[in-house]
Ligand binder design. Structure first.
Ligand SMILES: Cc1cc2nc3c(=O)[nH]c(=O)nc-3n(C[C@H](O)[C@H](O)[C@H](O)COP(=O)(O)O)c2cc1C
Length: 191
């Protein structure tokens, strides 16, 4: 099993990065809250522009509420995100107000630092999950208004991402497809 604990202990970082794949096939095994909180702790340690930390993580592990959030990720008439209801936990990442330095810097440079910060924190969460023997899938496609309503998120705040979390079903065949290293990198000049 890819996430066998004994193996995970011996991993160096690049192996962990390779191990983390989007899991879309979950077992119904309950996820211990201590493990979930270690994933949140890893996200808490993420870097952010001006150390702004513009995030709040809502862990949805109440089965009824979790199913309602899962319904908000479906695209009717397609199979998109139909796997989400099988995940025992969904984490909603709320975009909190950035600090003034990050806001001003982002405005001057025309960059959305909040989304960059949240992306990094989400990946910290997912890598820690992989180290805990847990699968994740980051979700960008969902009905944000409905998710906010279900989770009592204030109207003016945004929820850029959801993350599914749980144990992968045995025999799951998540594959990693990537461009070649030559395609994505060069020394000293663009291509
Ligand atoms: C910002 C973002 C949004 C994503 N949204 C979805 C989604 O709505 N549904 C889904 O099944 N996967 C989603 N994914 C997962 C990607 O499809 C996946 O990361 C990519 O295909 C690479 O595969 P891997 O994660 O297994 O390495 C998203 C990933 C990111 C980073």
């Amino acid at each position: 099993m890819r996430y066998a604990k004994e193996r995970v202990r011996k991993l160096d970082f690049i192996e962990l990065a390779n191990l983390r794949r989007s899991t879309r096939d979950y077992s119904d095994r309950v996820v211990d809250r201590d493990k979930i909180m270690r994933c949140v702790e890893a996200a808490r340690m993420a870097p952010s522009a001006c150390n702004s930390q513009p995030w709040h993580f809502i862990v949805v592990d109440d089965p009824e509420l979790k199913d309602m959030v899962a319904s908000a990720t479906l695209l009717m008439g397609t199979g998109l995100n139909s796997f989400v209801k099988g995940a025992p936990v969904i984490v909603a990442v709320v975009n909190e107000n950035a600090n003034m330095r990050s806001k001003v810097g982002g405005f001057i440079k025309g960059k959305n630092f909040d989304l960059i910060d949240i992306g990094i924190a989400a990946e910290h969460f997912c890598l820690q999950a992989a180290a805990e023997g847990l699968g994740t899938c980051i979700l960008g496609w969902f009905n944000e208004g409905l998710v906010k309503k279900l989770l009592d998120v204030p109207k003016l705040k945004k929820v850029p991402l959801l993350i599914t979390l749980g144990y992968e079903k045995t025999g799951s065949t998540a594959v990693k497809v990537r461009k070649s290293i030559e395609d994505i990198s060069s020394f000293n000049k663009y291509k």
